[in-house]
Design a protein around this ligand. Sequence first.
Ligand code: NAG
Ligand code: NAG
Ligand code: NAG
Ligand code: NAG
Ligand code: NAG
Ligand code: NAG
Ligand code: NAG
Ligand code: NAG
Ligand code: NAG
Ligand code: NAG
Ligand code: NAG
Length: 855
Amino acid sequence: MLVRDMGMDGIRSFLLFVLLLLLRACFTISADDTLSKGQSLSAMKTDSISSNGGQFELGFFERGTPPKFYLGIWVKRLVGQRTVWVANRENHLSDPYTSRLEFSEDGNLVLLEASSKKPFWSTSLPNLPSNSTEAALLDNGNLVLRDRSDPSTLFWESFDYPTDTWLPGGALGIDKTGKVPKQLISWKNSEDPSPGLFSLSLRIDPNGSSEYILEWNRSQVYWSSGVWDGKAFSLVPEMSLNYIYNFSFVSNENETYFTYSLYNASIMSIFLVSSTGQIQQLAWVSSVQSVQPWSVFWARPNSLSDVYALCGQFGIYQGNTSQPCDCPKGFEPFSDNQTRLNDWSGGCLRRQPLQCENRNAKNDWFQKIPNITLPISWKAYSAMSVRRCKLVCMNNCSCTAYTHNSSGCLIWEGALLNMQRPSDGGKVGQDIYFRLAADEHQISTKGTKWKVWVIVAVLVASTGLILCLSVCFSIKRKFKHKGEMATSSNDLMLFDLSTETHAINVGTNIQDNDKKRGKKDVELPLFSYESVLAATDNFSTANKLGEGGFGPVYKGKLLKGKEIAVKMLSKRSGQGLEEFRNETTLIAKLQHRNLVKLLGCCIEGDEKILIYEYMPNKSLDFYLFDLAKKKMLDWGTRIHIIEGIAQGLLYLHRYSRLRIIHRDMKPSNILLDSEMNPRISDFGMARIVGDNEIQANTNRIVGTFGYMSPEYAMEGLYSIKSDVFSFGVLLLEIVSGKKNTGFYNHGSLNLLRYAWELWRDGQSLELMDSSIGYPSSTSILVRYINIGLLCVQESPDDRPTMLDVVSMMSNEYAPLPTSKQPAFTAGRKLMHTNPTVNSVENCSINSVTVSVMEA
Ligand SMILES: *[C@@H]1O[C@H](CO)[C@@H](O)[C@H](O)[C@H]1NC(C)=O
Ligand SMILES: *[C@@H]1O[C@H](CO)[C@@H](O)[C@H](O)[C@H]1NC(C)=O
Ligand SMILES: *[C@@H]1O[C@H](CO)[C@@H](O)[C@H](O)[C@H]1NC(C)=O
Ligand SMILES: *[C@@H]1O[C@H](CO)[C@@H](O)[C@H](O)[C@H]1NC(C)=O
Ligand SMILES: *[C@@H]1O[C@H](CO)[C@@H](O)[C@H](O)[C@H]1NC(C)=O
Ligand SMILES: *[C@@H]1O[C@H](CO)[C@@H](O)[C@H](O)[C@H]1NC(C)=O
Ligand SMILES: *[C@@H]1O[C@H](CO)[C@@H](O)[C@H](O)[C@H]1NC(C)=O
Ligand SMILES: *[C@@H]1O[C@H](CO)[C@@H](O)[C@H](O)[C@H]1NC(C)=O
Ligand SMILES: *[C@@H]1O[C@H](CO)[C@@H](O)[C@H](O)[C@H]1NC(C)=O
Ligand SMILES: *[C@@H]1O[C@H](CO)[C@@H](O)[C@H](O)[C@H]1NC(C)=O
Ligand SMILES: *[C@@H]1O[C@H](CO)[C@@H](O)[C@H](O)[C@H]1NC(C)=O
């Protein structure tokens, strides 16, 4: 019924309005089914027109909170009213008081709000006979724009622009004349008719067969109807029970489409693409006046688990329960309002953004999500160890997850789609590790309100505690300053000579700390000599771990049980106290998982002592060159060690603000922690012992022969490329299990030459340490040997940087440059220019070997 302007008499028109509303609601009064020029439908008055038979109605409806208004056609029912077409699905109205549908001057239908000039929707046809157009809602639910004088001439019909519903008599197919294809696009959710991610359209093969496909985001096909055999689609056998629908295929020079009709026209039936990505056939079951008057005849895909990316990015499908999707730990739904309506198109978002690009932040970590089906589009790496798999993912900021099983390693980049808990049969799950921000460790997984309160409570409590502690400390300190200065011999509490700070927080934010160096700076803990004595049992020989390049190293134990390594520096370095403290503080700020951590220092008279964390598994040379123990380093571990060293060196060279050149990379300086992770030790020693420059009068070159680059050994020139050389030697030693020096084989005088000759002859595999058998995949190792050879080239300019090395290691398929002949002729000249070389610790044997080399 068309409700026209009722005149100005307030009460009368109001009563009439109410009466009309009542009538409209209670009876299906067959009203005008047309709208002509001069007439309009107003949203405020809930005007509408109905089809002749009273099945369909065109008017305004509202959805969502806050309400949004749309013009649409619905199946007119007291219960189970169902919208089948929306005019302005992308362009909702928000002001119902001034919104109306009317004819424009040129005869087009337009949807307007008084406040805005631009129509929200329009039929926008050119060349209409402007005075004689009218709109009519036909009995099959088709809204048409036609010529009043000749109703069979249709200028426009809503069947050409279906939304998510296909009505009998409508067509679904493609147009060969360049008009938009007739396809169905789902609603976002039951409260939002704007275009969702799922669509149904016709696809025609080159050989002429046609089928319907369901697509996700107009790009990813996840269901197909199978080809049309003249009666039904092959994968929808329900259709061959053909007593309800009469499908027919039409193809002419203008278009190709399917249409259907009902054998019994009194049955009400519709096809639609649901917002959960299924195509459904619904029928109105009039005999059942129940809550669910529409019954689903069939749906495809049968199960929601086959809908592509139903749960969005990072969402996990957990069965077709009332809440089909869920977010993994550390993630939360994109929008609670949407997920309440089972709209997971936004997926899940990280609660804490990743800090991967931020060099100063804590490392991301990996959360295990157990037993889920694998997300789509992975990169596979066969024969890769768990550790390496994790490392490859950790080192690439675009990697979001990895998984590992006996057949190899899979890595994902970007958003993860299509994960499921394998509840309904057939599918198998695996444990997948998701990259999360470090902060996620601390955050509880409960609801947000609760979480906020807990965080507030924790903050309040901890500030209180810190305040209290600091008051206690400063009182205690005052006592100390006044009274007994020395701590008791078994009190291992650290104390700090010059500053007010107590938090020992080195390395968290290097740049900030550096900026405000001075009184307020965070200092390196200073241990009392007494406490060091107590920890090492008075430097007892039983506790001696060995003699390093700069002095003896002892094992120690703090009162709380923490084990430490205590390194006594030989007394000859000429650095002052303040300088020494500054340097150690700087070095302590270098923190990386492949560096040994400097915990503190101790100064007593001439004695300078460094305190490191203790590494239970000794050093690499302990295993690598021992016939019995080398078997403990399997290929996975060796690869892991090589990569760890590369990462540690890269950090020293590039990312630490100090740009440390190690100058003494060798297996005994690679310590191994309890999980056999490599940790570089003795870095920054040049700074600590005051050997920043090459000093002519010290007669000392820091370094160990066999690992020193030729330019450093001969001319004392060092650069980051000297460390790259040492790294190359180390790499080849780790792969071959043989020392560079003291190596005689097949006429080659040292390992570098031997490796290079093998590689040149394409026999690199010969180099591999045969005592632990061959790895399942040799390609990585061959690649590493190539990288090692690139590092030991004679000219520093030819050698790659550590950044190059790390990227060559992680991009397994990138081609490598060809290596030049390595530097293995450095020995003799070296002995000439540095006659005092024997004073360098730990290398006298090596240096002899070097001198023999060229004989
Ligand atoms: C069509 O409309 C114009 C004004 O827009 C009017 O002048 C003309 O007489 C109308 N013609 C008919 C056939 O109604
Ligand atoms: C050609 O059509 C047949 C069905 O008639 C179908 O099975 C086949 O996949 C189609 N081939 C191509 C290349 O589209
Ligand atoms: C859908 O595809 C478009 C590009 O075609 C892309 O920009 C958009 O992010 C995709 N949507 C989702 C949810 O992936
Ligand atoms: C099925 O539909 C086609 C085209 O709409 C029509 O020609 C045919 O008569 C219909 N068949 C029956 C049995 O109604
Ligand atoms: C195809 O389109 C042209 C131009 O619109 C029309 O003349 C012709 O009748 C159409 N053919 C069919 C089969 O509908
Ligand atoms: C059509 O369906 C209605 C209601 O389901 C039924 O009463 C009627 O008998 C059917 N007509 C035919 C021809 O089957
Ligand atoms: C789950 O899906 C199956 C297959 O579509 C259906 O039969 C069943 O009713 C669904 N269960 C629920 C709880 O929706
Ligand atoms: C979510 O819904 C509530 C009411 O249900 C509404 O107040 C709020 O604005 C909505 N939030 C968004 C982002 O739409
Ligand atoms: C990380 O992965 C992306 C995508 O595969 C690749 O382009 C990039 O080179 C990788 N970065 C590194 C450092 O390997
Ligand atoms: C390992 O994962 C791959 C990738 O999905 C799978 O094909 C293979 O069956 C899995 N192997 C085992 C032993 O689980
Ligand atoms: C994964 O979950 C499925 C279904 O709950 C279960 O049958 C299967 O045993 C689980 N697999 C593992 C490895 O836990």
